[in-house]
Design a protein around this ligand. Sequence first.
Ligand code: ATP
Ligand code: MG
Length: 434
Amino acid sequence: MKGRTETVICGGSNLRAPMKLDFISSLRDVSPGEWPEIVIVRTGNETEPACFVHAEDAGDIFNCIGIVAAPSERLVAMLRTAAVTARPRAFCRNDATVCRADDPEAWGFIAEFEAVDELPLAVSEAISRASERGCGNEAELLDKAAYMTEQGIPQKVIISTFEQMLADPKYPELVPCPAVKFVQSDAYGELTRGLAYRLSGLNLRLIGGKGCGKNTLAQTLDWILNVPQYRMQGNAEMDKLDLLGGPTIENGTLRYKLSDMLRYIEAGADVVLDEGNTIKPECADVLHSLTDEARRIQVPGYGLVKMHPKSSFTITMNEGYAGTNYMNEATIDRFTPIQMSEHESVKEILRRVVPTASEHCLNVCDVVYCAIKSRIDSAGGLEPDAMTIRGLVDALRAEPLLGLRWGLMDNVAAKPQDQYTRLQLTELIESMVP
Ligand SMILES: Nc1ncnc2c1ncn2[C@@H]1O[C@H](COP(=O)(O)OP(=O)(O)OP(=O)(O)O)[C@@H](O)[C@H]1O
Ligand SMILES: [Mg+2]
């Protein structure tokens, strides 16, 4: 096993970390070389890891000396099996900048721990090679490996990911770093399949209802593959000029200006076309020669545009919504469809999206989700538009200020456009959230 040092930022309000100030002042009394080790654990009720002076204190949140801000995938994975020992190294302000012990804004501390790399040797070696090729530093790649492992992605897909990942992307600022990564419900869920298809050079069409995670999945895949993402909103007004570009006059001379889409596709990006089924079929034809074996297009007035070997197209779509069309068979045939599945529970998703939410609130939202889902599934029950994962997320975000009931009433019950559906949802939430 290989070890590597990682840092964490520990702080938090005094309510959440009651002993934080006492601990910080105790550090001021001794020189940094003599600072004691601490332990980081994942406690039952808190979703963010908490720090304690001794492992024995961990059962009592009143002994908490700090909350770990934005824990890495690696740390979260390690905490699943055991507590992690860390050593404070410096004081910091709440923007994570290092400060002196006597700084009145000292808010927490930065601690270091030994991140044990329990990855199989073949994965570790693939990571080292990817890092040497310029796909990112080892810490970033280990984070991706930890996330993929946590999501149950099979090892051969993980190794292939590191082998094929894009090195030195031309537009690094467009490589997504999604705050929330996609959660799949089983090892061959949408994430594994999407990743395997992308690694096989295929283009994806993600199909599912509103807020089911289509763009989160597209962002997560591009983050994993280190590919810049160029996102376009499809609509009925979109025309060939938008997709191909057109002549412009610059300094008195006429020249052809390639569309952004083609510029990015030449440079190794993933072009995400949202609501792909709203665009006119004759516009979608533009994508045909790019998305078949040719991977190139002859642009009249400009010339040949070749697709970069790592570039791809991803279409996201809701089927049967207002303004959507049936797509042309030839377009459909060129994209691998992934039907987004419905989750039995959304607790893990909500936990990732709102890491500060308490276990209790997550449970309440999950019960509300299951109740809405079962009423949609039952004959004569609720309309499908009654479901909104976004609404549950928004309710959880407002919960610390408003409590959960108001958040659910406004963001879930009041959302549908149909009055009867609103009434049914209101009754349901009133009965479940006192
Ligand atoms: N499986 C999932 N994993 C992680 N987050 C998810 C998942 N499903 C839904 N979400 C959360 O739900 C919200 C909506 O997700 P997203 O924008 O990706 O959905 P979408 O399918 O693109 O929606 P729309 O059709 O409305 O564009 C986000 O906060 C996202 O984090
Ligand atoms: Mg979307």
